[in-house]
Design a protein around this ligand. Structure first.
Ligand SMILES: [Zn+2]
Length: 186
């Protein structure tokens, strides 16, 4: 695939972004001591943030490369959609790896690419198999997928009920004793 360049949105005059996820500054003329001099443009090296998303600084502003690629090649991000990496490699900003998707799709990417530890586990902490029948799946607002074990959930709720029942019984017993004590004192 040949590398194609398009102007960076909001920095159309000075910077370009490519379908391979590279960013460059354009050649430009600047004034030095009263005469025009040419400055060659250069490729900007993306700096990863804590999550591995690459960004560059353009006119003092932090710009994420995956956002710039999608903005220039795909268009403005629709409301409610995220700029997502198909392979979950945040440093792979080729247009072919990027798309606007829902948080749910982000969760699916995570599972497909094995980033979600829970989704890859075969068993719960207590050794119950994560079969489809025994798996409770929850998708968090963040798009992360969480799984929990149905057997353990049932056990927890049973234990909770037993505890409640015992508390109620103890209470009854105590009330009964109080009556007895009161009764014998009278
Ligand atoms: Zn379990």
């Amino acid at each position: 695939m040949t590398e194609t360049w398009l102007p960076v949105v909001d920095a159309e005059e000075s910077h370009s972004v490519s379908n391979e996820g590279r960013v460059r500054s354009e050649d430009r003329m600047i004034m030095i001591k009263g005469s025009l001099a040419r400055r060659d443009g250069k490729i900007l090296k993306g700096q990863p943030n804590s999550k591995g998303y690459l960004r560059v600084w353009i006119c003092g502003k932090q710009r994420f490369i995956h956002h710039m690629v999608l903005q220039s090649f795909q268009g403005t991000r629709p409301d409610g959609l995220w700029a997502l990496h198909w392979d979950d490699d945040h440093s792979n900003n080729a247009w072919s790896n990027l798309y606007y998707g829902t948080p749910t799709q982000n969760g699916e990417d995570l599972v497909r690419n094995g980033k979600n530890l829970n989704a890859n586990k075969e068993e719960c902490l207590n050794g119950h198999k994560y079969t489809p029948e025994n798996t409770i799946t929850k998708i968090a607002k963040s798009g992360r997928i969480g799984r929990s074990c149905r057997i353990c959930a049932r056990k927890r709720s049973r234990e909770y009920m037993q505890r409640k029942a015992k508390q109620a019984k103890d209470l009854q017993l105590n009330t009964h004793r109080e009556h007895q004590i009161k009764g014998s004192a009278a």
